[in-house]
Design a binder for this molecule. Structure first.
Ligand SMILES: [Zn+2]
Length: 127
């Protein structure tokens, strides 16, 4: 039954007392429904609850996006390995049981450290 159908079924005195818009507003004051947090001040607690839901969803998305970024960076690093380097990491993973992701991260931490050391040496030579 739609709101207008419910309204039309009311006693005439009730309809004359309020009019459709005021009746609908009054009806919303006492009930809750989907999106009732948008209905006004009597649904302030519903608005707070909606805020909490959105806030925790946002926190989760932020956490997941950091995790996904890290995974994407690792994938990009793996793509730059030549077949020999890849094979060395994979063989080590198979033979030692060390996590492949950890081996990739360690290899690129080492590469980054060596690059920084080379930059430092070149800077020292130029002085
Ligand atoms: Zn509500």
């Amino acid at each position: 039954m739609t709101d207008i159908e419910i309204y039309r079924a009311l006693p005439e005195a009730e309809r004359e007392r309020l009019g459709f818009a005021a009746w609908k507003h009054e009806r919303r004051q006492g009930t809750h429904g989907p999106d009732c947090h948008r209905w006004g001040s009597s649904h302030y607690d519903c608005l707070l609850s909606e805020y909490d839901k959105l806030d925790s969803s946002y926190g989760l998305l932020e956490y997941e996006s950091v995790a996904l970024k890290k995974k994407a960076e690792r994938y990009e690093r793996i793509r730059t390995l030549n077949p020999r380097e890849y094979s060395e990491l994979w063989t080590r993973h198979i033979s030692t049981g060390e996590r492949f992701d950890d081996l990739v991260d360690a290899k690129f931490a080492e590469v980054r450290k060596n690059t920084e050391m080379q930059k430092h040496r070149i800077a020292e030579m130029r002085r």
